[in-house]
Design a protein around this ligand. Structure first.
Ligand SMILES: Cc1ncc(COP(=O)(O)O)c(C=O)c1O
Length: 352
């Protein structure tokens, strides 16, 4: 089996050299992302994953380096995924599929409408994705699981958020990257790292990655998605731990060095508010404080995580690192290439 050559500079491969011949990766992201002091307090730091890609940043790009490579290695012709109508994962997947000549099909369900949400709909369309809008979560999941693409060869199904083994490895790599930056004195060892949690691979990869490489910091995941999607557990310590266990089994199988069993997951609930995508008072205030510090966040993911981060800054005596997972590249021009008539009929109302 011929594997796509892993990029030699990804720190994951330096820490786990056997993986070079065991997993495929595609050089999609601009890494390492900067780590910077945040002018909110002397202890505030930020990991700029909003800049993972020259066109469209955010945390999904790190996952896609491994997911897309796996799809290509498995001779996929298309990726079929699912998400809310403003899914950042959908935008990142559509953009990278277009780059690698894969079709992209995205099943979409409702979420509260914001400017970011409608822009993301346009972007998925601009990047050539086929959008299938079903309205409710239940109908969308049904459509995804009974999709006619399941019978077509070359279909690669990717669940919401891109959280599978490969997505998690993307964030084990991110932990290795941060360790290199700490060793190069780009930032202090944080006592805590705070990130938003939706489908779980960001938290799983960072938590397990730090454990694997001995980076002694507390990873605090902030739940921003429902615990269940229909009958399926979605955002719980259990779903995050499952990703870590899958990674553990994979590394145990392929690496010579001893691999520890994953430790516990730290997932906090109290910043979630009334639902996925629904703004919270604390989140709105945190977004305003970050804006004054020059960082643009949004209400669904990073605003809620920023509220938790600010609380940590007040209570934690060491450095605290905010892991910024939301794209900050200006997408207005790309989005403006799409008008209502490009869209499936049942999505056009979102443009008026
Ligand atoms: C901006 C942003 N932050 C955080 C997350 C959550 O990451 P994960 O799905 O890996 O938990 C997402 C996922 O959709 C996202 O779009």
């Amino acid at each position: 089996m011929s594997l796509i050559e892993p990029s030699p500079e990804r720190p994951l491969f330096k820490k786990f050299p056997e993986l070079r011949s065991k997993i495929a990766m595609q050089h999609i992201a601009s890494l390492p992302t900067p780590v910077e002091a945040l002018p909110l307090s002397e202890h505030a730091w930020i990991k700029r994953d909003d800049l993972t890609h020259a066109k469209y940043g955010g945390n999904k790009i790190r996952k896609l380096e491994f997911i897309l490579a796996d799809a290509l290695q498995n001779k996929a012709k298309r990726i079929i995924t699912v998400g809310a109508i403003g899914t950042n994962h959908g935008v990142a997947t559509a953009m990278t599929c277009q780059q690698f000549g894969l079709e992209c099909v995205i099943y979409l369900f409702d979420q509260p409408l914001t400017a970011t949400v409608t822009q993301n709909l346009r972007l998925m369309q601009a990047y050539g994705a086929k959008l299938i809008y079903k309205g409710s979560l239940f109908k969308t999941m049904l459509a995804y699981y009974s999709s006619p693409y399941r019978l077509k060869s070359g279909s690669y199904f990717l669940f919401a958020g891109g959280s599978n083994l490969y997505g998690t490895l993307g964030f084990v790599n991110a932990a290795c990257e941060l360790q290199d930056q700490i060793e190069q004195d780009e930032c202090p060892l944080p006592t805590a790292i705070v990130c938003p949690v939706g489908s779980g691979a960001t938290l799983a990869g960072l938590t397990y990655g730090c454990q694997l490489i001995g980076l002694e910091t507390e990873i605090i995941g902030v739940r921003v998605a429902p615990k269940k999607l229909g009958p399926i557990p979605a955002c719980t310590p259990g779903t995050v731990h499952k990703l870590m266990m899958e990674t553990y089994r994979f590394l145990t199988k392929h690496c010579r060095q001893p691999i520890p069993r994953p430790a516990a997951v730290n997932l906090v609930d109290e910043f979630y508010g009334d639902g996925y995508g629904v703004a919270t008072e604390q989140g709105v205030q945190a977004i305003a404080r970050f804006k004054r510090a020059g960082i643009a966040l949004e209400q669904t993911y990073t605003g809620k995580a920023a509220a938790a981060f600010l609380e940590q800054l007040d209570s934690n005596r060491g450095a605290v690192l905010f892991w910024d997972t939301f794209n900050s590249r200006d997408m207005a021009e790309t989005a403006s290439t799409i008008t209502a008539e490009y869209l499936p009929v049942n999505l056009r109302s979102f443009w008026d």
